[in-house]
Design a protein around this ligand. Structure first.
Ligand SMILES: NC(=O)c1ccc[n+]([C@@H]2O[C@H](COP(=O)([O-])OP(=O)(O)OC[C@H]3O[C@@H](n4cnc5c(N)ncnc54)[C@H](OP(=O)(O)O)[C@@H]3O)[C@@H](O)[C@H]2O)c1
Length: 256
């Protein structure tokens, strides 16, 4: 059985990855994973590809074990893995709820590493892995410190694995979007946050996902970004100091 796996499929970018999947993958089943079972069931309305609904909290190690057991039992040929589930929390680093703070590491980093490791065993030449990082991976972001660090990890991890997976014919790419219009920002806001308030341009999920699939299947990019301003800022940052970048970011937050 040929399958694709999408984590965090119940909303935002993950839902859009599923919606656009039939243009890019020809599989027997897509395994969709996130916590909310009802939202996962509703995904059956937006695709004609058969879905395997897998409601799991990926911050829990036993959830990862369950996926591993399922892989061992079914021994599928995995054509595509999209490690998309993730969240942020905005605010002072020592005031963010500790469970939320560490949960970002568990989900954005640990679950992504474990799934990449386990799922890639069931991949053959031609398979693809898309690791959802963020534009945050490129620069320090005060008041989003843990989130920023998790996404810098994802970008670096992906770039290194690119070389390791290439001889096996497996293509891995990090997606680094700027702000996207999903539930992400409202979920990231906290009562104590008065620091992360200015978002600038917010993109729609459909354009980000369209570009991501194109970069994954048609181009040989290791890192995919979208939007002139993102590309311009990433370019400029190569020539300025870290302190300049931090100062520029903090000044931009005062615009609101
Ligand atoms: N939106 C942005 O501005 C932006 C920018 C850059 C990068 N990103 C990245 O894009 C990815 C998708 O985010 P989004 O913008 O689409 O936000 P979203 O609408 O909040 O979607 C997040 C997804 O992750 C799932 N999820 C959250 N916690 C989970 C857990 N513990 N176990 C399993 N699934 C979990 C959610 O489903 P349940 O709640 O049902 O579990 C949901 O499906 C994230 O990795 C995020 O860091 C977003």
């Amino acid at each position: 059985m040929e399958i694709a796996i999408i984590t965090g499929a119940s909303s935002g970018l993950g839902r859009e990855f599923l919606f656009q999947a039939n243009k890019w993958v020809n599989v027997d089943e897509i395994w969709v994973i996130s916590r909310n079972e009802k939202s996962l069931e509703e995904l059956k309305l937006i695709t004609n590809i058969p879905l395997r609904i897998i409601p799991l909290d990926l911050t829990k190690e036993k959830s990862i074990s369950k996926i591993n057991e399922l892989l061992e039992k079914e021994s599928p040929d995995v054509k595509l893995l999209i490690n998309n589930a993730g969240y942020a929390k905005f605010g002072d680093f020592d005031k963010i709820d500790l469970e939320d703070d560490l949960g970002m590491i568990d989900l954005n980093v640990k679950a992504l590493v474990l799934l990449t490791r386990y799922v890639s065993k069931y991949m053959s030449s031609g398979a693809k892995i898309l690791e959802v990082a963020s534009r945050a991976a490129f620069q320090p972001i005060p008041y989003m410190a843990t989130y920023q660090a998790t996404k810098a990890f994802v970008k670096g991890y992906t770039e290194s694995l690119y070389a390791e997976l290439k001889p096996r014919g497996i293509r891995i790419m990090a997606l680094c979007p700027s702000w996207v219009n999903t539930k992400f920002i409202s979920r990231a806001d906290t009562k104590q946050n008065d620091k992360v308030r200015y978002y600038g341009k917010i993109y729609e999920a459909d354009v980000i996902v369209k570009r991501a699939y194109r970069d994954l299947y048609r181009r040989s990019k290791i890192v995919s970004t979208y939007g002139f301003n993102v590309k311009f800022v990433n370019f400029i940052m190569k020539f300025v100091t870290t302190k300049f970048v931090i100062g520029y970011y903090l000044r931009s937050q005062k615009k609101k």
